[in-house]
Design a binder for this molecule. Structure first.
Ligand code: PHE
Length: 339
């Protein structure tokens, strides 16, 4: 081909390429066009190869034109790329970036759950195994096996919710003591956290609340073992070495001797006061026998902690009912409380 022919051919090729680049609507086609018009197999490339057939001035002339054509293809592709990009951004541009974003509210564990988990961790470090029992319980596990026979006045104390089938909602986690003693091998060293139910409602009582039961059965378990574990737990829970703890003689049908434990705290008026937080004692021989444990060989201690009471003291809350009203303004205060 003569140089004139080559020039005409080049013009045609360029014109066609530029026109088809204009039509491109996506990145994929853009990439295809780059290969088609500028790649090794492109018409432009074969025209460039024809350079070698030309001589002197023609070669220089045509070389210049081919390069210009190449540049203009390149910049046309580049422009197309920019316009595709700005189209994609247009959609985003419709957003008002100054508009406040929608609030995502992130949930958190309920303060009672946090207190429960925190307490369980402490007991597990003290080598207590964590077990659970049913909330719908039978009379035997909740009362009879705990040395509370049918006619016992202690049954009235419990304000029990009875179900139509004769079962009941457990009034304490002590029912799990019986299950553990009947199922496990001695030594038994368990805690049993969970919900309990009583017909009760005022600022220090809710119809459902939480307890953590503790039970240790082995040879030679003594009251001083009990006292020591309670002291260790409470001081560790409140992170206070000189916490004032008071063991007060008490009565439970399933322990003998029995005690209630109070903690000194400052009430709303800033006065020193005591709050009862747990009941405990040495497991009554009748209870051991009813669970098929020989009370002349083995002894044990048990305790039942009131989790809400612990939470009130730890988190500084004076009305227990706040825990169960599900008012987010209340609950959110504990979101960041790490225990
Ligand atoms: N079950 C008793 C209560 O609910 C607490 C308790 C547990 C007392 C274990 C002694 C031993 O009040």
């Amino acid at each position: 081909m003569s140089v004139e022919e080559l020039k005409t051919e080049l013009e045609k090729v360029l014109d066609k390429a530029l026109r088809s680049i204009k039509e491109i609507k996506n990145y994929e086609d853009l990439e295809k066009a780059r290969v088609q018009f500028l790649g090794k197999k492109s018409q432009l490339n074969s025209l460039m190869k024809s350079l070698s057939t030309l001589d002197g001035k023609n070669k220089a002339d045509f070389g210049k034109i081919v390069n210009q054509a190449k540049n203009s293809l390149n910049s046309s592709l580049e422009e197309k790329k920019k316009s595709l990009k700005s189209k994609a951004n247009k959609k985003i541009d419709n957003f008002d970036v100054t508009m406040p974003s929608r609030q995502i509210s992130i949930g958190s564990l309920h303060p009672i759950t946090k207190i429960m988990n925190y307490s369980i961790d402490i007991f597990q470090a003290l080598k207590f195994e964590c077990v659970e029992g049913p909330e719908v319980e039978d009379d035997f596990h909740n009362f009879t096996a705990l040395n509370i026979p049918e006619s016992h006045p202690a049954r009235a104390m419990h304000d029990t919710f009875y179900l139509e089938d004769g079962n009941l909602l457990r009034t304490h986690t002590s029912s799990v003591q019986i299950r553990a003693m009947r199922e496990k091998e001695i030594p038994i060293r368990i805690i049993a956290p969970g919900k309990v139910y009583r017909k009760d409602s005022d600022i220090t009582h809710t119809p459902m609340f939480h307890q953590i039961e503790g039970l240790y059965i082995d040879k030679d378990v003594s009251f001083s073992n009990l006292k020591s574990i309670i002291n260790i737990f409470l001081k560790s829970f409140f992170e206070e070495e000189d916490l004032k703890i008071r063991f007060r003689p008490s009565y439970f049908p399933f322990t003998e001797p029995s005690a209630e434990v109070d903690i000194e705290y400052f009430n709303n008026k800033g006065e020193k006061s005591w709050l009862e937080i747990l009941g405990c004692g040495m497991v009554h021989p009748n209870v051991l026998e009813m669970a098929n444990i020989n009370s002349s060989i083995y002894s044990g201690y048990a305790f039942g902690l009131g989790v809400e009471r612990l939470a009130m003291l730890k988190l500084g809350i004076s009305d227990l009912r706040l825990f169960y009203e599900n008012d987010l303004r209340f609950l959110e205060q504990f979101k960041r409380v790490k225990l």
